[in-house]
Design a protein around this ligand. Structure first.
Ligand code: SF4
Length: 329
């Protein structure tokens, strides 16, 4: 079992399979000038399968695939199929921007992916273009419909950004009227690849909920599942639910159960902290399974109490200046 020094059981791995993306969301990466990782720097699929299997044997029960955008990496579906066969893995999920997802939905269903997080900040085509610098909203909506048609649970993740999409909060809540989706509003985080991180947030979880409650005074609180990062609500009569994720305020760290692997194999025990060990380097240097487990356990035991402590421990601003695409969300 993987346990940190605060007694938190770590059973959730977020595995970023690529740093590349087919959108250019302004809050995640600059429009141009990103240096993509070379093939050699990336973990191969074999390496990802091996480290995932070591981690699952050590106590990881849930794996979420992230990126970048997972579907832009060649051979991704075949890797996901192999991963889904790992003994002991209880839940396999992924986060996608939805642009390339629709044709793969039947395969996702077949291999047992039960839940997909769709990153979607707006339902307005012009605003979608303004935010992502690409005109791809129709394909994302196609993916949303296909996922629901195949009975895969969908959580829509919308980052709320002052001056960009706050007009989308209510239309996104309205989507839950007829669609059984969970729409989750996320506080903007300071990872934009350009180093323009903020120290104060205008649209925090309190402000977001104020806006929703003004329009839907009857909205009521739902019980939050264990390890939930969102505070969850439902408008009476709506099929879906609404959640708010205090990603900047970081009020959910007490029950943190997660670790991250970046596409280049760096283990991060907190989104806001530095990488603590590089498992790709260890594997390439010939570490056996026991050595890998020892290194992982030692890194996990040092996990900081919360995102604020992790941020303080960062010796420079490299992490906060990083792109989300290099961290894995
Ligand atoms: S900010 Fe760090 S400690 Fe808090 S939930 Fe996220 S990863 Fe866990």
């Amino acid at each position: 079992m993987l346990v940190d020094k605060f007694g938190r059981r770590i059973n959730y791995l977020r595995l970023a399979v690529t740093d590349r993306c087919n959108l250019r969301c302004f809050y995640c990466m600059p429009e141009q000038g990103l240096d993509w990782l070379s093939r050699k720097e990336l973990m191969s699929y074999e390496e990802m399968l091996h480290i995932s299997s070591v981690l699952v044997k050590a106590g990881i029960e849930k794996v979420r695939i992230t990126g970048g955008e997972p579907f832009v990496r060649k051979g991704f579906m075949s890797f996901l199929t192999d991963l889904s066969k790992l003994n002991g893995l209880q839940q396999l999920t992924l986060t996608t921007n939805g642009v390339l997802t629709a044709p793969f939905v039947p395969d996702l269903k077949r291999i047992g992916v039960t839940s997909v997080n769709l990153s979607l900040d707006t339902l307005d085509r012009d605003r979608f273009f303004a935010i992502t610098r690409r005109d791809e909203l129709p394909r994302v909506m196609e993916a949303l419909e296909a996922l629901l048609q195949y009975g895969i649970e969908v959580k829509i993740n919308a980052v709320v950004m002052e001056g960009k999409n706050t007009d989308d909060i209510l239309p996104l809540v309205e989507l839950t009227k007829d669609m059984p989706v969970s729409v989750r509003f996320i506080e903007e985080m300071p990872f934009n690849g350009g180093g323009a991180h903020h120290t104060k947030l205008a649209w925090d979880h309190v402000q977001i909920m104020h806006t929703i409650k003004d329009k839907y005074p009857g909205i009521h609180k739902l019980p939050d599942p264990p390890y939930s990062t969102s505070y969850n609500y439902q408008v009476p009569g709506h099929k879906g639910s609404v959640g708010v994720i205090a990603a900047y305020t970081r009020s959910f760290c007490g029950s943190c159960n997660r670790i991250r692997l970046t596409p280049q194999g760096e283990l991060k025990t907190c989104l806001y902290g530095n990488a603590v060990v590089n498992v790709k380097d260890l594997m390439r240097a010939g570490s056996d399974e026991q050595e890998l487990v020892t290194a992982l356990q030692s890194a996990i035991s040092q996990k900081e109490r919360d995102g604020w402590e992790a941020e303080k421990s960062v010796s420079n601003l490299t992490v906060l200046n990083a792109s989300m695409a290099t961290i894995g969300g």
